[in-house]
Write a protein that binds this ligand. Structure first.
Ligand code: NAP
Length: 339
């Protein structure tokens, strides 16, 4: 069984690569199916200032390349491509990428979540040049500047509030005249002297050749288009977890994020009888399938938190495999004694 692995890690952002570093260092035969954009969302970022260990900024793609080299040096194998099919109905688990079938004793899913974009060509062209989907990552580049956030949910107001630490003026551009964000966040945002709300407007175009210089906004009621000068534009209209290929295989929540053991059926059905599962914090609703990073964590969504949970997932895998080995040993011994 040439394609049989101790663990297959699906995804190669900070969660997947950290899991690969720990799993291969733990002498597990490890394959990373890296996705069609190897390196994940950080490869779309430029300066990274908040990943520990880099006193000067490091570029997102460079950080991901370093992590991958580290995992390769420790023995992880890589395949660049997407998983097109997963079958977790029985062990070994089956994963297909391209036309190749891989088998694994355990799986770590680290496929992340993609920021939703407005879909404007000008927005796509200026990502990393003033257009961002992460204020925590990029706000510090806009000291005393004028920025705008698009959206009216929790993310938009969290982004806007974070931006007030740096920017001089933060405009929240929303397509309606009412927010859907949590009331306490609305109170904090409306109380901020730096935040201004621009109601009933959609962004039609991002202006600027090599960096953001403004936006064209359209009034949804009278279709009037105006220009607004800006130094940065933050899109906060939600995220989509990359779990389409997992439907029917695992417990997902209503938004498609993977449920971990703490909130999956194991807790209800098995935690008491099979107390052992409670220690596997990263296990999903399928025994032996684990998840790490933004694919389950809609709250923090940071490279360093994803890396931390990637480490936990690899440690959970190691422990589960050890337990299975010990169980097999006991069964063999019992059958020898019995024979
Ligand atoms: P959200 O609540 O879906 O809000 C998205 C906002 O963006 C809305 O105000 C929406 O406008 C606006 N929007 C969407 N598409 C747009 C477009 N094309 N152009 C302009 N505006 C657009 O997303 P979020 O702010 O990221 O917050 C997610 C919420 O879900 C949070 O409360 C989070 O805590 C929660 N969450 C929970 C779970 C869970 O329980 N498992 C998982 C994930 C997230 P409209 O208001 O007009 O629709």
């Amino acid at each position: 069984m040439g394609n049989m692995y101790d663990t297959i890690i699906i995804g190669s952002g900070p969660a997947g690569l950290t899991a690969a570093i720990y799993a291969s260092r733990g002498k597990l035969k490890t394959l990373v199916i890296a996705g069609s954009i190897p390196g994940g969302q950080l490869t779309l970022t430029t300066d990274v200032e908040d990943f520990p260990g880099f006193p000067e900024v490091i570029q997102g793609p460079e950080l991901m390349m370093q992590m991958r080299k580290q995992a390769e040096r420790l023995g992880a194998e890589f395949m660049d491509g997407d998983v097109v099919k997963a079958d977790f109905s029985s062990k070994p688990f089956k994963v297909t990428s391209g036309s190749v079938l891989f088998l694994a004793k355990t799986i770590i899913i680290a496929t992340g979540a993609s920021a939703k974009w407005l879909g404007l060509p000008s927005e796509q062209r200026l990502i990393g040049k003033g257009v961002s989907a992460c204020a925590v990552c990029d706000a510090a580049f806009f000291k005393e500047k004028t920025v705008a956030v698009v959206g009216g949910g929790d993310s938009a107001l969290r982004e806007a509030l974070f931006l007030t630490k740096f920017a001089g003026e933060v405009n929240v551009i929303h397509r309606r005249d009412a927010l859907r964000a949590f009331p306490a966040l609305q109170d904090r945002a409306t109380a901020s002297p730096k935040i201004k709300f621009i109601w009933n407007k959609t962004v039609e175009e991002v202006l600027g050749k090599d960096k953001v210089e403004g936006v064209k906004i359209k009034d949804v009621k009278n279709a009037q288009v105006d220009e607004m000068k800006l130094d940065g534009l933050f899109i906060a209209i939600g995220h989509k977890p990359n779990t389409d290929f997992l439907k029917g295989q695992l417990d997902l929540d209503e938004k498609g994020y993977i449920k971990l053991i703490q909130n999956s059926k194991f807790k209800v059905q098995n935690d008491k009888d099979r107390g052992v599962y409670s220690q596997f914090k990263t296990m999903t609703s399928v025994e032996g399938v684990f998840a790490a990073g933004d694919v389950h964590d809609w709250r923090y969504q940071q490279a360093v938190t994803a890396a931390g949970v990637g480490c936990m997932a690899a440690m959970d895998v190691e422990e589960l495999l050890e337990e299975e080995k010990a169980k097999e040993g006991k069964i063999k011994l019992a059958s020898k004694v019995g024979s």
